[in-house]
Design a protein around this ligand. Structure first.
Ligand SMILES: NC(=O)c1ccc[n+]([C@@H]2O[C@H](COP(=O)([O-])OP(=O)(O)OC[C@H]3O[C@@H](n4cnc5c(N)ncnc54)[C@H](OP(=O)(O)O)[C@@H]3O)[C@@H](O)[C@H]2O)c1
Length: 258
């Protein structure tokens, strides 16, 4: 997952010489800034309402190694900022009904304010993932995957919805560059519900003009060459070639999706 900014729109401190045209924006530093900000917000909440403790629950079906790692990272990060985080794991034999009933129970639990359904679900049964993610009550849907939150985001109600974390993180990285996306031409590769589509909506409602690309887009190189801001969420490493980019681009982030 990475974003690019043409030299022409960058502040001078982010632009290097012609030989060294890329500046990497540190995801670690950005993550630290976000965690510090959230910790301050949680502390403030708890000062205002002394017995209040925000509660997060991560629901997992199965025991995939990658999910286990993501969950332990989430629990650790939550604890660090003062959120009480719990983890429920259902076995791979869990049925759709059992998963839905668990979600309905958590929806009713006043001590849980945020519910994450860890995807993908690892199950021996046929489970409709969309039905499951949509069963989370929108007020607790901190991953922003319910139709209600996705719909609000697509209509630009950014202050009244939860935003999926990966595109939200990308926007935060873009903000850290000090460059406003307003009036820029942004290109997003990928249109999944979790990454590409919410990224497109976020850029649009932050006033970029957005082109959304997917596997049927002809001449991807041409679209990329027009981008002031490029976000790639296609799941194929090195799909975008350096020569497609506007000259002097700065690359920030770098990781799985890139
Ligand atoms: N899912 C997450 O929560 C998450 C979190 C962090 C990072 N990531 C990373 O983000 C990346 C994308 O994840 P995802 O869940 O969005 O993947 P996904 O559901 O597989 O979606 C991939 C998207 O890329 C498009 N695409 C594939 N090949 C393409 C090509 N040659 N040209 C243009 N578009 C192409 C697909 O187009 P079509 O729609 O036409 O098929 C689709 O919209 C992955 O690397 C993943 O590891 C995902």
């Amino acid at each position: 997952m990475w974003s690019l900014f043409a030299r022409s729109i960058l502040p001078s401190h982010l632009v290097r010489t012609r030989r060294s045209i890329a500046t990497i924006v540190s995801g670690t530093r950005t993550s630290r800034l976000v965690r510090d900000r959230l910790k301050t917000e949680v502390d403030q909440m708890r000062t205002e309402v002394p017995r209040f403790r925000p509660g997060l629950l991560v629901l997992q079906v199965g025991h995939r190694d990658d999910s286990n790692l993501y969950i332990s990272t989430k629990l650790k990060a939550a604890a660090e900022i003062g959120i009480e985080a719990k983890h429920i794991r259902l076995p791979t034999t869990a049925t759709q009904d059992q998963v839905l009933k668990t979600i309905w129970t958590i929806n009713q639990d006043p001590s849980i304010h945020g519910l994450i359904v860890q995807l993908p679900l690892q199950t021996e049964n046929c489970i409709d993932t969309q039905l499951v993610t949509n069963a989370v009550c929108p007020e607790k849907d901190v991953d922003g995957l319910t139709c209600m939150n996705a719909g609000k985001l697509s209509r630009g109600d950014l202050d009244d919805c939860f935003i999926p974390c990966t595109p939200n993180g990308c926007m935060e990285l873009i903000r850290q560059t000090g460059v406003s996306v307003e009036g820029k031409h942004a290109v997003v590769i990928g249109r999944s519900k979790i990454v590409g589509a919410p990224m497109r909506d976020l850029l649009l409602w932050n006033h970029a003009t957005v082109t959304s690309c997917h596997s049927k887009t002809p001449d991807l190189a041409l679209q990329v060459s027009r981008a002031d801001v490029l976000v790639v969420g296609a799941g194929r490493a090195e799909m975008v070639r350096g020569e497609w980019l506007k000259e002097g681009a700065v690359r920030e982030g770098g990781g799985v999706g890139g």
